[in-house]
Ligand binder design. Sequence first.
Ligand SMILES: *[C@@H]1O[C@H](CO)[C@@H](O)[C@H](O)[C@H]1NC(C)=O
Ligand SMILES: *[C@@H]1O[C@H](CO)[C@@H](O)[C@H](O)[C@H]1NC(C)=O
Ligand SMILES: *[C@@H]1O[C@H](CO)[C@@H](O)[C@H](O)[C@H]1NC(C)=O
Length: 274
Amino acid sequence: MHIHSMMEFKAAIFTSAVMAILLCTSPAAFAQKHKSPPAPAAVTLPPSPAPAPAPHHVDLADLLSVAGPFHTFLDYLEKTDVLKTFQNQANNTKEGITVFVPKDSAFASLRKTTFANLTSDQLKSLVLYHALPKYYSLAEFNKLSTLNPVATFAGGEYTLNLTDDMGTVHVRSMWSNPKISSSVYSTRPVAVYEVDRVLLPMQIFKSDPPLAPAPAPAPDAKPSDAATSPLPAKSSSAKAKADKKSSSSSSRVGVGIASYLVLAAASAGLLLLW
Ligand SMILES: *[C@@H]1O[C@H](CO)[C@@H](O)[C@H](O)[C@H]1NC(C)=O
Ligand SMILES: *[C@@H]1O[C@H](CO)[C@@H](O)[C@H](O)[C@H]1NC(C)=O
Ligand SMILES: *[C@@H]1O[C@H](CO)[C@@H](O)[C@H](O)[C@H]1NC(C)=O
Protein backbone atom coordinates (compact mmCIF):
# COMPACT_ATOMS: atom_id res chain seq x y z
CA MET A 1 0.00 0.00 0.00
CA HIS A 2 2.96 2.17 -0.60
CA ILE A 3 1.34 4.10 -3.47
CA HIS A 4 -1.88 4.66 -1.55
CA SER A 5 -0.15 6.15 1.44
CA MET A 6 1.87 8.36 -0.94
CA MET A 7 -1.38 9.70 -2.45
CA GLU A 8 -2.80 10.29 1.01
CA PHE A 9 0.34 12.20 1.87
CA LYS A 10 0.02 14.38 -1.26
CA ALA A 11 -3.64 15.03 -0.51
CA ALA A 12 -2.74 16.03 3.03
CA ILE A 13 -0.10 18.48 1.74
CA PHE A 14 -2.58 19.93 -0.76
CA THR A 15 -5.19 20.39 1.93
CA SER A 16 -2.78 22.09 4.31
CA ALA A 17 -1.55 24.35 1.49
CA VAL A 18 -5.13 25.42 0.73
CA MET A 19 -5.78 25.93 4.44
CA ALA A 20 -2.65 28.00 4.73
CA ILE A 21 -3.65 30.18 1.77
CA LEU A 22 -7.15 30.62 3.16
CA LEU A 23 -5.79 31.51 6.58
CA CYS A 24 -3.39 34.03 5.13
CA THR A 25 -5.88 35.69 2.82
CA SER A 26 -8.72 35.89 5.32
CA PRO A 27 -8.27 39.15 7.19
CA ALA A 28 -9.97 37.84 10.30
CA ALA A 29 -7.70 34.83 10.47
CA PHE A 30 -4.70 37.02 9.71
CA ALA A 31 -5.62 39.39 12.48
CA GLN A 32 -6.12 36.49 14.85
CA LYS A 33 -2.76 35.00 14.06
CA HIS A 34 -0.96 38.39 14.30
CA LYS A 35 -2.46 40.20 17.25
CA SER A 36 -1.18 43.65 16.19
CA PRO A 37 -0.39 43.75 12.50
CA PRO A 38 1.81 46.72 11.62
CA ALA A 39 -0.14 49.20 9.52
CA PRO A 40 1.85 49.45 6.28
CA ALA A 41 0.67 53.02 5.65
CA ALA A 42 2.12 54.24 8.94
CA VAL A 43 5.48 52.68 8.16
CA THR A 44 5.95 53.99 4.65
CA LEU A 45 4.44 57.50 4.89
CA PRO A 46 6.68 60.32 6.13
CA PRO A 47 5.23 62.36 9.01
CA SER A 48 2.70 64.70 7.49
CA PRO A 49 3.94 68.33 7.59
CA ALA A 50 2.14 70.76 9.88
CA PRO A 51 -0.50 72.62 7.90
CA ALA A 52 0.57 76.13 6.86
CA PRO A 53 -0.75 78.61 9.43
CA ALA A 54 -3.80 80.33 8.11
CA PRO A 55 -3.28 84.08 7.80
CA HIS A 56 -4.77 85.63 10.88
CA HIS A 57 -5.15 89.03 12.41
CA VAL A 58 -2.09 90.39 14.20
CA ASP A 59 -2.87 92.81 17.01
CA LEU A 60 0.21 95.03 17.29
CA ALA A 61 -0.66 96.32 20.77
CA ASP A 62 -1.10 92.78 22.09
CA LEU A 63 2.10 91.67 20.43
CA LEU A 64 4.15 94.55 21.85
CA SER A 65 2.69 94.24 25.32
CA VAL A 66 3.87 90.65 25.74
CA ALA A 67 7.24 90.82 23.95
CA GLY A 68 10.19 93.06 24.63
CA PRO A 69 9.70 94.83 27.03
CA PHE A 70 8.49 97.50 24.60
CA HIS A 71 6.27 99.48 26.97
CA THR A 72 7.83 102.88 26.20
CA PHE A 73 7.42 102.51 22.46
CA LEU A 74 3.89 101.18 22.88
CA ASP A 75 3.06 104.21 25.04
CA TYR A 76 4.28 106.55 22.29
CA LEU A 77 2.36 104.57 19.67
CA GLU A 78 -0.83 105.02 21.66
CA LYS A 79 -0.20 108.62 22.71
CA THR A 80 0.41 109.73 19.10
CA ASP A 81 -2.37 107.58 17.66
CA VAL A 82 0.18 106.08 15.26
CA LEU A 83 -0.88 102.65 16.52
CA LYS A 84 -4.07 103.02 14.46
CA THR A 85 -2.09 103.94 11.34
CA PHE A 86 0.16 100.90 11.72
CA GLN A 87 -2.69 98.57 12.63
CA ASN A 88 -4.69 99.76 9.64
CA GLN A 89 -1.71 99.07 7.37
CA ALA A 90 -1.39 95.60 8.91
CA ASN A 91 -5.12 94.86 8.61
CA ASN A 92 -5.99 96.29 5.27
CA THR A 93 -3.06 96.36 2.85
CA LYS A 94 -1.35 93.81 0.68
CA GLU A 95 2.00 95.59 1.12
CA GLY A 96 1.91 95.14 4.87
CA ILE A 97 4.28 96.72 7.36
CA THR A 98 7.73 96.37 8.91
CA VAL A 99 8.14 97.92 12.37
CA PHE A 100 11.48 98.50 14.14
CA VAL A 101 10.71 98.48 17.83
CA PRO A 102 13.29 99.84 20.30
CA LYS A 103 13.41 98.05 23.62
CA ASP A 104 12.69 99.97 26.80
CA SER A 105 16.42 99.93 27.54
CA ALA A 106 17.05 101.83 24.29
CA PHE A 107 14.85 104.67 25.53
CA ALA A 108 16.43 104.47 28.97
CA SER A 109 19.86 105.08 27.47
CA LEU A 110 18.70 108.50 26.20
CA ARG A 111 18.22 111.42 28.56
CA LYS A 112 14.67 111.53 29.87
CA THR A 113 14.33 115.08 28.54
CA THR A 114 15.23 114.09 24.95
CA PHE A 115 11.59 114.05 23.82
CA ALA A 116 10.34 116.70 26.24
CA ASN A 117 10.59 119.63 23.83
CA LEU A 118 9.25 117.92 20.75
CA THR A 119 6.00 119.21 19.30
CA SER A 120 3.23 116.64 18.95
CA ASP A 121 3.86 116.58 15.19
CA GLN A 122 7.54 115.86 15.74
CA LEU A 123 6.77 113.11 18.20
CA LYS A 124 4.35 111.59 15.71
CA SER A 125 6.96 111.73 12.94
CA LEU A 126 9.50 110.15 15.25
CA VAL A 127 7.20 107.19 15.89
CA LEU A 128 6.19 106.92 12.21
CA TYR A 129 9.90 106.91 11.35
CA HIS A 130 10.15 103.48 13.02
CA ALA A 131 8.20 101.65 10.31
CA LEU A 132 8.33 100.91 6.59
CA PRO A 133 5.03 100.75 4.67
CA LYS A 134 5.84 97.28 3.36
CA TYR A 135 6.52 93.83 4.77
CA TYR A 136 10.14 92.67 4.61
CA SER A 137 11.39 89.32 5.80
CA LEU A 138 14.90 89.36 7.27
CA ALA A 139 16.18 87.62 4.16
CA GLU A 140 14.92 90.52 2.04
CA PHE A 141 17.07 93.14 3.77
CA ASN A 142 19.99 92.08 1.65
CA LYS A 143 18.09 93.22 -1.45
CA LEU A 144 16.71 96.25 0.32
CA SER A 145 20.17 97.60 1.15
CA THR A 146 20.72 98.32 -2.55
CA LEU A 147 17.72 100.66 -2.47
CA ASN A 148 19.03 103.03 0.22
CA PRO A 149 17.81 105.43 1.37
CA VAL A 150 14.54 103.63 2.18
CA ALA A 151 11.30 105.58 2.74
CA THR A 152 9.58 105.26 6.11
CA PHE A 153 6.04 105.89 7.23
CA ALA A 154 7.04 109.42 8.23
CA GLY A 155 7.42 110.19 4.51
CA GLY A 156 9.49 112.78 2.68
CA GLU A 157 13.05 113.13 3.91
CA TYR A 158 12.54 110.74 6.77
CA THR A 159 14.55 107.88 5.34
CA LEU A 160 16.63 105.04 6.73
CA ASN A 161 19.64 103.22 5.36
CA LEU A 162 19.65 99.48 5.76
CA THR A 163 22.79 97.39 5.69
CA ASP A 164 23.16 93.65 5.88
CA ASP A 165 26.60 92.77 7.17
CA MET A 166 26.94 88.97 7.02
CA GLY A 167 23.41 88.52 8.32
CA THR A 168 23.51 91.32 10.90
CA VAL A 169 21.06 93.93 9.73
CA HIS A 170 21.64 97.55 10.76
CA VAL A 171 19.08 100.31 10.46
CA ARG A 172 20.83 103.66 10.14
CA SER A 173 19.30 106.96 11.10
CA MET A 174 21.30 110.18 11.41
CA TRP A 175 22.19 109.75 15.08
CA SER A 176 21.93 106.03 15.63
CA ASN A 177 22.70 102.82 13.80
CA PRO A 178 20.92 100.08 15.73
CA LYS A 179 21.07 96.47 14.74
CA ILE A 180 18.10 94.16 14.56
CA SER A 181 18.64 92.10 17.69
CA SER A 182 15.70 89.77 17.24
CA SER A 183 12.64 89.05 15.20
CA VAL A 184 9.53 89.47 17.32
CA TYR A 185 7.11 88.51 14.57
CA SER A 186 7.55 87.98 10.87
CA THR A 187 4.73 86.53 8.84
CA ARG A 188 3.53 88.36 5.76
CA PRO A 189 2.10 91.00 5.92
CA VAL A 190 3.43 91.96 9.37
CA ALA A 191 7.05 92.11 10.53
CA VAL A 192 8.12 93.38 13.94
CA TYR A 193 11.84 93.51 14.65
CA GLU A 194 13.51 94.47 17.91
CA VAL A 195 16.25 97.10 17.67
CA ASP A 196 18.72 98.07 20.38
CA ARG A 197 18.57 101.85 19.81
CA VAL A 198 15.93 104.48 19.16
CA LEU A 199 15.99 105.78 15.57
CA LEU A 200 16.88 109.49 15.63
CA PRO A 201 16.36 111.38 12.35
CA MET A 202 18.16 114.65 11.63
CA GLN A 203 14.85 116.29 10.68
CA ILE A 204 13.94 116.23 14.36
CA PHE A 205 17.30 116.27 16.11
CA LYS A 206 19.64 118.96 14.83
CA SER A 207 22.41 117.50 16.92
CA ASP A 208 23.20 114.22 18.60
CA PRO A 209 20.78 113.86 21.55
CA PRO A 210 22.72 113.24 24.74
CA LEU A 211 22.92 109.82 26.30
CA ALA A 212 21.82 109.37 29.86
CA PRO A 213 24.75 109.35 32.30
CA ALA A 214 26.25 105.88 32.24
CA PRO A 215 25.54 104.05 35.50
CA ALA A 216 29.09 102.68 35.72
CA PRO A 217 31.97 102.45 33.26
CA ALA A 218 32.20 99.09 31.55
CA PRO A 219 35.22 97.14 32.83
CA ASP A 220 36.74 97.00 29.37
CA ALA A 221 36.28 100.73 28.65
CA LYS A 222 39.71 102.28 28.27
CA PRO A 223 39.70 106.07 28.51
CA SER A 224 42.56 106.18 26.01
CA ASP A 225 40.19 104.85 23.31
CA ALA A 226 38.15 108.04 23.43
CA ALA A 227 41.25 110.21 23.44
CA THR A 228 42.74 108.56 20.37
CA SER A 229 39.43 108.19 18.55
CA PRO A 230 39.58 109.45 14.95
CA LEU A 231 35.97 110.61 15.19
CA PRO A 232 35.32 114.37 15.05
CA ALA A 233 35.78 115.95 18.47
CA LYS A 234 32.16 117.08 18.79
CA SER A 235 30.66 113.89 20.13
CA SER A 236 33.50 111.44 20.05
CA SER A 237 33.33 110.53 23.71
CA ALA A 238 29.61 109.92 23.60
CA LYS A 239 30.04 107.84 20.48
CA ALA A 240 32.96 105.95 21.96
CA LYS A 241 30.83 105.21 24.98
CA ALA A 242 28.03 104.06 22.72
CA ASP A 243 30.38 101.90 20.68
CA LYS A 244 31.81 100.37 23.85
CA LYS A 245 28.34 99.52 24.98
CA SER A 246 27.41 97.95 21.71
CA SER A 247 30.63 96.00 21.39
CA SER A 248 30.30 94.57 24.88
CA SER A 249 26.80 93.40 24.14
CA SER A 250 27.43 92.38 20.57
CA SER A 251 28.33 88.81 21.39
CA ARG A 252 25.06 88.43 23.21
CA VAL A 253 22.84 89.89 20.53
CA GLY A 254 25.02 89.28 17.50
CA VAL A 255 22.94 86.62 15.94
CA GLY A 256 22.95 85.52 12.33
CA ILE A 257 20.16 85.08 9.88
CA ALA A 258 19.80 81.44 10.85
CA SER A 259 19.03 82.37 14.44
CA TYR A 260 16.60 85.00 13.25
CA LEU A 261 14.75 82.42 11.26
CA VAL A 262 14.63 80.12 14.26
CA LEU A 263 13.39 82.99 16.39
CA ALA A 264 10.82 83.90 13.79
CA ALA A 265 9.65 80.33 13.58
CA ALA A 266 9.56 80.06 17.35
CA SER A 267 7.62 83.25 17.76
CA ALA A 268 5.23 82.26 15.00
CA GLY A 269 4.77 78.99 16.85
CA LEU A 270 4.17 80.77 20.14
CA LEU A 271 1.64 83.00 18.48
CA LEU A 272 -0.21 80.03 17.16
CA LEU A 273 -0.47 78.62 20.66
CA TRP A 274 -1.59 81.96 21.93
C1 LIG B 1 -7.95 95.43 12.62
O1 LIG B 1 -8.67 94.22 12.60
C2 LIG B 1 -9.22 93.83 13.85
C3 LIG B 1 -9.84 92.45 13.70
O2 LIG B 1 -10.60 92.36 12.55
C4 LIG B 1 -10.20 94.88 14.33
O3 LIG B 1 -10.69 94.52 15.59
C5 LIG B 1 -9.49 96.22 14.43
O4 LIG B 1 -10.40 97.23 14.79
C6 LIG B 1 -8.83 96.57 13.11
N1 LIG B 1 -8.09 97.80 13.30
C7 LIG B 1 -7.88 98.70 12.33
C8 LIG B 1 -7.14 99.93 12.71
O5 LIG B 1 -8.26 98.52 11.19
C1 LIG C 1 13.40 122.79 26.11
O1 LIG C 1 13.14 124.13 25.74
C2 LIG C 1 13.46 125.05 26.76
C3 LIG C 1 12.99 126.42 26.28
O2 LIG C 1 13.26 126.61 24.92
C4 LIG C 1 14.96 124.99 27.04
O3 LIG C 1 15.30 125.91 28.07
C5 LIG C 1 15.33 123.58 27.46
O4 LIG C 1 16.71 123.48 27.63
C6 LIG C 1 14.88 122.61 26.41
N1 LIG C 1 15.11 121.28 26.91
C7 LIG C 1 15.68 120.36 26.16
C8 LIG C 1 15.82 119.00 26.78
O5 LIG C 1 16.07 120.57 25.03
C1 LIG D 1 21.93 107.06 3.45
O1 LIG D 1 22.68 106.83 2.28
C2 LIG D 1 22.66 107.94 1.40
C3 LIG D 1 23.35 107.52 0.12
O2 LIG D 1 24.18 106.43 0.31
C4 LIG D 1 23.35 109.11 2.08
O3 LIG D 1 23.37 110.23 1.23
C5 LIG D 1 22.59 109.45 3.35
O4 LIG D 1 23.23 110.49 4.07
C6 LIG D 1 22.47 108.23 4.24
N1 LIG D 1 21.57 108.54 5.34
C7 LIG D 1 21.85 108.20 6.60
C8 LIG D 1 20.81 108.55 7.60
O5 LIG D 1 22.88 107.64 6.93
